[in-house]
Ligand binder design. Structure first.
Ligand code: BGC
Length: 736
């Protein structure tokens, strides 16, 4: 192979420009890539080099924070299909989404782009979105792989995280999406993971992603994430985006024998496969269809947190006052690479006026510029004196949260809080409607208001969707995909978010979100999975049937016990009652969104698999089901469990192999080595074991290989022999 050819190959594994790959020959056309996860941000093939300028108009769906709150995979698959339609219409082959990192802290600046604090919910919803997108012949690109859970120092920070937390929390949603939706592409993260950049991390990109999970697509870098292009190719990164122009480094690595040329060939082959897979994107729905899906998704995301009966607003004689600039100037998406230029935006003020057919009074109350404007507040308070109900639209302005930086705190802007206090004193009933991408503090003011509606960022159709909920045409069915803490200090990652000096330690380990709050029994403002409805639901008749080893089918009946139609999210948690390993008190293992007419009921069922009971055994790098009792909890939130059953597991029967450094305790639990230990004990001077029982206890954690230095006749040869015999007998029933 001549150097020129290596040059050519090295050029192919980086883009041609910000949004395009390099074309080569007849079988490798240039591919057009575009953000983003909740709508197309495509500048077309001629986009500016930074991707900052205006993009083509596209439907702005609700961002992931809102999609997460729908808890509805079927709906999200339709959002995905509509996104695929939009991409196909714009000639885009590769869509850069979904974003699916776990919300480790409520302060994460990009939380609005992510679904949940829970990997199961994230994984199922991202799977649905990918399926939808790819059904149109457009590649989805789940991102950012992996452990990209903060914006602070995001391009350099080294995430120190245990292998167990990685597997159970941070990788598991990606694992699900890869295994079940088979995405054609994936984006590596900016950050380092345990010392190695994600984009150069062979363990992540090759061992885990490809060898263990069977990913057969292309891995591209996040924009500018590649530090050393040759190391990236060697680690399994196929495409550097955008091109950094450093292909010479790859060439010299190959010619210098530091990079195998076959790694380049493999990357190019993956590019070719991606081109084949996306050769014929086909839109099946119209723009109007997409706008309709955006409206439905927004409606299902709206989450009712508190309601003393003031909602829905059905009585036409009630004197309504709308306060808050957000009602007129909606905040419907977040800032950064995902920002979409919408085809049409509705605001809730117009929608309320149109739907209620009446004149709805409005006062902006505050300005979104960050400048405090007392005159605006005074006018709103004055107007509230003549109102029965004030709808106060509060939230985080654009400058308070965005890609690129984390938030400093949970509170709403001070001028909005001051206004709310004054509105509360006006005598009118107050309904707060929130617009925010990350959770905000509600605990400090919730007792002063009559209702709270969490409206997240709802995409371009959010105004109409919100009016429909407020006026009772749609019953709210959103549920919290992340806990709302009482105080920032209560959050499990509080002491170690966002780290310092280029390092962040995931000190809370697997206890992220409700896993942390519920295990430590810390009170929250509103728990994971929570959300009210205009109707109520009865949970009845839990049945659990064995299906196979560590597999059970679970079913129950859900009944709409109220007088209105509505949607409920039934949640299933598994709790390991007696585990030798520390585990979260319970973990979400299934959910179903169910819509019922008044009086209607439906059977809801799940099939639990061994993995639903497993934890990650970090010493032996495998999923493990420990024997014992497991509680099956079915409920309406992580703190509202309505039905409980118990199953008994005999464990998975897989015995940890013995190693030279296995401890005396581990030897004594193993059928092959235990007899040998008994012999050693018998060889001790008479009565020694009984005389000093603490001595025996003390040495239980000593690796057996250390005994070779104790002068008690244990040789390395003996230890090796026992280890070899034990491991040759994986069943371990009888010593041979
Ligand atoms: C973001 C990605 C995005 C890319 C291209 C990066 O800064 O992290 O999510 O897809 O830019 O816009």
């Amino acid at each position: 192979m001549t150097e020129t050819t290596i040059q050519e190959k090295a050029r192919l594994v980086a883009g041609a420009s910000t949004w395009k790959t390099v074309a080569s020959g007849s079988d490798l056309p240039a591919l057009l890539l575009a953000d983003g996860p909740h709508g197309l941000r495509s500048q077309g093939a001629e986009g500016d080099s930074l991707g900052i300028g205006d993009s083509l108009p596209a439907v702005c769906f609700p961002p992931a924070v809102a999609l997460g709150s729908t808890w509805n995979p079927e709906l999200i698959e339709r959002v995905g299909a509509a996104l695929g339609d939009e991409a196909a219409r714009l000639g885009v082959q590769v869509l850069l989404g979904p974003g699916m990192n776990i919300k480790r802290s409520p302060l994460g600046g990009r939380n609005f782009e992510y679904f949940s604090e829970d990997p199961r919910l994230t994984g199922e919803l991202a799977t649905a979105l990918v399926r939808g997108i790819q059904s149109r012949g457009v590649a989805a690109t789940p991102k950012h792989f992996a452990a990209n859970n903060q914006e602070t120092d995001r391009m350099r920070v080294d995430v120190t995280v245990s292998r167990r937390a990685l597997r159970e929390i941070y990788l598991s949603a990606f694992e699900r999406v890869v295994r079940e939706a088979k995405p054609w592409a994936l984006m590596s993260a900016y950050n380092r993971v345990n010392g190695v950049f994600a984009s150069e991390n062979r363990w992540l990109l090759d061992e885990v992603l490809r060898e263990q999970w069977g990913f057969d697509g292309l891995v591209m870098s996040d924009w500018g994430a590649v530090d050393d292009p040759a190391a990236a190719v060697a680690a399994g990164l196929d495409l550097e985006m955008p091109p950094s122009g450093r292909h010479d480094r790859i060439v010299s690595a190959v010619t210098g024998g530091r990079l195998d040329e076959s790694a380049l060939d493999t990357a190019i082959e993956r590019l070719r496969v991606l081109a084949q897979r996306t050769a014929a994107p086909r839109p099946l729905g119209t723009v109007e269809d997409a706008e309709q899906v955006a409206l439905e998704a927004a409606g299902e995301a709206i989450t009712l947190l508190k309601n003393d009966g003031v909602l829905p607003l059905e009585d036409g004689s009630v004197r309504l006052l709308v306060v808050g600039e957000f009602a007129r100037t909606p905040r419907f998406q977040g800032g950064g690479s995902s920002r979409v230029r919408p085809t049409a935006v509705t605001n809730v003020l117009d929608s309320l006026r149109r739907m209620s057919g009446g004149d709805v009074a409005f006062c902006p109350g505050f300005s979104l510029s960050g400048e405090v404007d007392e005159a605006l507040a005074d006018a709103a308070v004055e107007a509230a004196r003549d109102a029965d109900v004030v709808l106060a639209f509060l939230g985080l302005p654009d400058h308070a949260e965005s890609e690129g930086f984390d938030r400093a705190g949970l509170t709403l802007p001070a001028d909005q809080l001051a206004l709310l206090r004054r509105l509360g004193e006006s005598g009118a009933r107050v309904v707060v409607v929130l617009s925010n991408g990350g959770v905000v503090d509600v605990a400090s003011w919730r007792d002063d208001v009559d209702a709270i509606v969490e409206g997240w960022l709802l995409g371009q159709a959010g105004g109409t969707a919100m009016a429909e909920v407020l006026l009772g045409r749609v019953s709210p069915s959103g549920r919290l995909a992340e806990s709302i803490p009482l105080r920032l200090e209560d959050t499990p990652s509080h002491l170690t978010f966002p780290g310092r000096d280029g390092q962040v330690l995931y000190g809370e380990d697997v206890y992220v979100g409700y896993r942390g709050y519920d295990t430590r029994a810390v009170e929250v403002a509103y728990p994971f999975g929570f959300g009210l409805s205009y109707t109520s639901f009865a949970y009845e008749g839990l049945e659990i049937e064995p299906m196979g080893p560590n597999s059970w089918s679970v079913s129950m009946r859900l009944r709409n016990a109220g007088v209105r139609a509505g949607g409920e999210v039934v949640q299933l948690y598994v709790a390991a009652d007696s585990s030798a390993v520390d585990r979260p008190v319970h973990e979400l293992r299934g959910f179903r969104k169910v819509f019922l007419e008044p009086g209607e009921s439906r059977t809801v069922s799940w099939e639990l698999e061994p993995r639903d009971f497993a934890f990650w055994n970090a010493r032996f790098e495998r999923w493990q089901v420990a024997p014992g009792e497991y509680r099956i909890e079915v409920g309406a939130s992580s703190r509202d469990i309505r039905l409980v059953g118990t199953v008994h597991s005999a464990g998975d029967g897989v015995r940890d192999p013995l190693r030279l450094d296995s401890t005396l305790g581990e030897w004594s639990a193993h059928p092959v080595s235990a007899p040998l230990l008994a012999q050693m004990r018998a060889a001790m001077p008479a009565g020694a074991a009984e005389a000093a029982p603490e001595l025996l206890e003390m040495v239980r954690s000593t690796p057996v290989i250390k005994l070779t230095t104790w002068g008690i006749g244990v040789t390395e040869e003996t230890v090796r022999d026992v280890v070899a015999r034990a491991n040759a007998d994986p069943e371990g029933d009888e010593p041979r």
